[in-house]
Each structure stands twice: as structure tokens, then as C-alpha cells.
Design a protein around this ligand. Sequence first.
Ligand SMILES: C[S@@+](CC[C@H](N)C(=O)[O-])C[C@H]1O[C@@H](n2cnc3c(N)ncnc32)[C@H](O)[C@@H]1O
Length: 235
Amino acid sequence: MEGAVGALAAAGCETAHLDAELLLAHATGWDRAEIAADPDLRLPVGASREFAAMVRRRVRREPVAYILGRKGFRRIELIVDRRVLIPRPETELLVEVAVEAAPRAVLDVGTGSGAIALAVADELPGARIVATDTSMDALRVAEANADRLGLADSISWSPTSRMSARRSGRASPPRSASTSRGRPWSRARRASRRSRRCSRRSPVSMRGPERWPSRSARARRPPSPRRSGGPATPR
Ligand SMILES: C[S@@+](CC[C@H](N)C(=O)[O-])C[C@H]1O[C@@H](n2cnc3c(N)ncnc32)[C@H](O)[C@@H]1O
């Protein structure tokens, strides 16, 4: 554990200790409290190898959610992989606003992993929800999440063609949903704008070591899902 935290910190991971704990918990099946209570617990050989491999991926600045293959969002857990972007924490605020507004119908444009649509379906069981994406890969992830969460009957999934998206005058979707009742999104929009401004300015998130994968690694990789009609670069 100590070695992993050191390696992650040296690679520039700001949350080295937390990341190492999460990876170790995943590799061993132990909970984080057990690990915190005795960080020198001896690992079974298989778990030790898996942990080392995950730490190496994190040292290369792969996001923890991709390494674990899941991300907690509001009350649900989503399966995520490189076909979709990892839902941002501020998007949870958008869902909070949506749930407070309690619309009868919700359209989630650019659903990705299905985070917004699924969290709203979970918290507003009566709402009629339609979720769209131009990426069939993303829709597959979203539908698989819906099946896992027992929410498949609550949402209609619909592919958007790039052509129809262009015709509607929107080249890329907002990171938000719209509702049948008014526009109660200003709080979430402000949070989202603030966060984007921070991202643009932040040398760490845009240019620093957190950018993943590196340009040279991208060049070695097969075409990204974006180039083949999938979602944008992972964050
Ligand atoms: C930044 S991700 C956001 C995913 C999700 N809403 C979230 O907050 O985690 C944007 C998604 O929009 C999709 N997308 C891009 N352009 C689109 C368009 N014109 N119409 C529908 N979906 C689009 C991408 O494929 C991607 O999955």
C-alpha cells in the first residue's frame, strides 16, 4: 500500500492515498475500513498482481473509474468503460435540480452512460424519460446499465443521427437534460459553466499529467470511439 501511494503521488495523482485504497479494495474484495485499519495486511498472490497492474494503469493517469469499471452517481452505480465519458460530480447537481422540479417528462440528449436519465428514473419513478445519443456504443452501455439497475422499463433509448443533430442546429449537446416544465436549470448550468471555466484554466486538468491518455499513447492506440462515431475523449 505504501509503495503504491508513493508511486501514485510521484506520478502526480492528487488523491494518491484514496486511489490506492480504492484499487486495493477492488483487487482484494476487502472494504476500505479494513485496509485503513491495517494497511500492512498480506495480500493473496492473485490480488497482489491485480493490484500492481491497476496501480500501473493509474500511474499512466488512467481514470480510477475506468480501471474499476464503475462510477457511483447519486444513488446508483454505473458501469463505465472507454465507450462513454465518466459522469462528472457537478452533473449530480443537475439531477438534484431535475428531481426537485419533478417534471412529467425528461429528454436526456447525449446520455453517454445513461447517468442523468437513469438517476432521474431512479429518483422520479413516474417521469417519462427519453434518452438519446449519436453513439451506438454509448447507448449500449446506457441500456446495459438500465438492465442492471432494473430501470429498463422506465426509459426509451433513441439513437440520434449526426445529420439530424446538425439539422436541429446543435453541433454538440448541452451537458444537461430538458424538461416539460420551464427551465429550472440555472443553478446547475452555473455550476457546470464554473466547472468548465476552471477546466479550461486549470493547467492540471487540461495540460498537466491528469490528461489521459498521453498524445503518444493515443497515437499508438486504434482509432478512438469519437473518430469512429463514438463519444469524446475520456476524462
Ligand atoms: C460529455 S458526454 C455526456 C454524457 C452524460 N450526459 C454525462 O453527463 O455523463 C456527451 C455525449 O453526447 C453524445 N453526443 C455528442 N453529440 C451529440 C448529438 N448531437 N446528439 C446526441 N448526442 C450527442 C456523445 O456521444 C456523448 O456520449
